[in-house]
Design a protein around this ligand. Sequence first.
Ligand SMILES: *Cc1c(COP(=O)(O)O)cnc(C)c1O
Length: 397
Amino acid sequence: MTEFKPGTKALWSGEKEQLAYGATQVPVVHSVSFGYDDMDEWYEIATGQREGHIYGRNTNPTTQAFEDKVKDLEGAEAATSFATGMAAISNTLYTFLKPGDRVVTIKDTYGGTNKIFTEFLPRSQVEVVFCETGDHEEMEQEVAKGCEVVYIESPTNPTLKIIDIERMAKAAHEAGALVIIDSTFATPVNQNPLQLGVDLVLHSATKYLGGHSDALGGVVCGSQALIDQIYHYREINGATINPMGAYLLLRGMKTLHLRVERQNENAMKVAQYLKTVDWVEDVFYPGLEEHRGHDIAKRQMKGFGGMLSFSVNGGLETVNHLLPKMKLAKRAASLGCVQTIIGPPATTSHVECTPEERAAMGIPEGLVRYSAGIEDIDDLIGDLDQAFKSLPKELYV
Ligand SMILES: *Cc1c(COP(=O)(O)O)cnc(C)c1O
């Protein structure tokens, strides 16, 4: 399916191999084990000499269809999947790191990822170096001192900073390090990091890939050799996605390109609208020309994504008044859903962190993260407008 465009791949990739009985849609195969009457066949499948399934912690036909679809969309040789995005991140890191190793990363990775770096990896004597997000020179200097893994995220959560992927991949490879990117915010429709030189691209499939906030999952794509190692770690440690979850994500992905195109458009229009609002102090969206990472984003992304954030005058108090007034935004964690989702970092992306930790990461308490849905744009802007107009004037400082 590599010859087709992303929209076509989203529909057709990975499915044909898993169809049976003339069905046109991939079944949810709930079976935990797969049995064989022929002993030779069983031995061959169990030892990996022949394709097939043995036990659900290892592989499953529905899950395989999901993995194959993401793999094709990222233009990768191989992919493996996980119960959640965090399982994809932690299993991937633990596959490659051992005591004495060094990781170079950025300050504003996803909150859960940050906890792995600050709390769990140091326990295993892995040194983690946090660079200012977007300071490419600092990262290059740290990478050149020697490291095993360079871990980046772009765009970042929740302030939408952009990392030059090609530049970081080059620096990592010069130092002999593996470069891993969390590309959740971009989706494979807007960004294909493997083509920019990274070794492994990760997604929280819970977000845009599934797109309906009804299933958890994670996925990592890369070369067969690297994915084999990660798969082995996951099959033993057991962070396997369940077949129903894989099915929901697979089903969601059939409209990935349509949803993301609309979300790109909606986010851009919301960002432009927010710039006209007195209450809004800063708008963070890589599609805006004045955004610090705009030029890099333009080079490495096909679309600027459906995520944006903005800070408001009056800080957290204004946020606390504004959000309950919104009718067309779910006040919830998560993102990338067909419906618009809104929330402050303190209850969403960085719920695991203390206010001090968030401040150190440059995340203002008066920030609102906005995940544009696929609603009609006039309604979204109208909703924001009525919410801003309802704010008590005395909050304005
Ligand atoms: C949500 C998210 C994760 C974690 O994914 P889960 O599926 O919730 O475990 C990782 N990275 C980013 C950028 C995310 O938004």
